[in-house]
Design a protein around this ligand. Structure first.
Ligand code: PLP
Length: 382
């Protein structure tokens, strides 16, 4: 029987046309984009065409796109700029519900003596713009916020925060890894200094992404040793990955409104089918400001880990939150920061839909999830 993959926030299946474009590069365009001969020039053309596609999808200029090995690298690169002793201002403002690729470098910055202000979230999973502005008035070097949370799908009020920070002259970095391809992102109308995103979250390949550094926003390369990416990221480019990323962005841009509609329909059908079958099912985070593809649900009294394993055996892939949390015993920091108890967090699952799913798949998944939840609830009550 067809497996039903409900973990599109962990990663997405590669689109067929993206795989084909990449395989053409791998087989016939092996040149190094830095080489000056014809093979190199052809590879360079592919990289630059892809840069334009990514830029267009995000409303950026192509010179502002720095290709990286994914959003973790992009996030680390931005935070590393704060170690520069010559910066006119010091300090970082970030939230307590960031992805580990922000949390961990932010903790390293703290250890290195850079002041970090941690903004909490409310029960809905959102930061208050006023709290960000209050902290920003103390004059930090950077504010870094996740746009859409990978575990709950909750969207932060980035437009409002970006406008308020522009007014104060404080640069904003946005981790838009889960947002691109699922919500409109237009850097022309949103004053963001840096943006991180990743190809594999929008049906592109793993190990490729970009950092957008707008205007003259400074970038201190993490990888030194080459002239690539205008000296902002050394190392021979992953040409096939970049081509896949460019095409995935182009497709996401063209298909955005139909994707939003299709994902919302699948997600709403899943929520409805589950809430009809499971009494007292709770949704974690706001249902108003949320990605069209994500549900984070609390199955009171059921052990999430047990459910993940049982569903896997029934052919359904779900997770307890971030991919890196799967298999770990500690409850999700995102959920506990929202005020859930450890027990509530441990009984929560993330269900994220995407391409390749039908409403029938969702109905079948809902039946299994309801059955498995009942069993898990009974087992923990026994
Ligand atoms: C919000 C967010 N930021 C960053 C990352 C890291 O992205 P990558 O896998 O490209 O390093 C992820 C991936 O799960 C994510 O969801």
């Amino acid at each position: 029987m067809k497996r039903i993959y409900l973990d599109h926030n962990a990663t997405t299946p590669l689109r067929e046309e993206v795989a084909e474009a990449m395989s053409k590069i791998l087989f016939s365009e092996f040149g190094n984009p830095t080489s000056t001969h014809e093979e190199g020039a052809r590879a360079r053309t592919h990289v630059e065409t892809s840069r334009e596609r990514v830029a267009q999808c995000l409303g950026a200029k192509s010179a502002e796109i720095i290709f990286t090995a994914g959003a973790s690298e992009s996030n680390n690169t931005v935070l590393a700029t704060l170690l520069d002793p010559e910066l006119p201002r010091r300090g970082l403002i970030t939230s307590t519900v960031e992805h580990p690729s922000i949390l961990e470098p932010a903790r390293q910055l703290e250890k290195a003596g850079v002041p970090v202000t941690w903004i909490p979230v409310d029960r809905d999973g959102r930061v208050s713009p006023e709290r960000v502005f209050e902290a920003a008035d103390r004059g930090p070097a950077l504010v870094s916020l996740i746009w859409a949370n990978n575990e709950t799908g909750v969207l932060q009020p980035i437009q409002e925060i970006a406008a308020g920070l522009e007014h104060r002259g404080i640069p904003l970095h946005v981790d838009a890894t889960q947002t691109v391809g699922k919500c409109p992102v237009d850097l022309q109308s949103t004053p963001i200094a840096y943006l991180s995103c990743s190809a594999h979250k929008l049906n592109g390949p793993k190990g490729t992404g970009c950092l957008v550094a707008r205007g003259h926003s400074p970038v201190h390369p993490l990888l030194l040793g080459g002239p690539q990416e205008r000296r902002r990221r050394g190392g021979t480019e992953n040409v096939a990955g970049i081509v896949g990323f460019g095409l995935a962005c182009q497709l996401a841009h063209v298909e955005l409104s139909e994707r939003i509609k299709a994902y919302s329909e699948l997600r709403d059908h899943l929520w409805q089918s589950l809430s009809e079958r499971i009494g007292g099912l709770r949704r974690n985070g706001t249902s108003e400001h949320v990605l069209p593809n994500t549900l984070n649900l609390q199955f009171a009294g059921a052990a999430g880990e047990v459910m993940v394993q049982a569903l896997d055996l029934e052919g359904i892939a779900v997770s307890m939150g971030a991919a890196c949390h799967s298999g770990s015993v500690s409850p999700s920091h995102v959920l506990t920061e929202m005020g859930l108890s450890s027990e509530e967090a441990r009984s929560s699952l993330r269900l994220s839909v995407g391409q390749g799913l039908t409403l029938d798949d969702i109905s079948r998944a809902a039946e299994s999830i309801a059955r498995v939840a009942r069993r898990a609830q009974e087992a923990s009550a026994a």
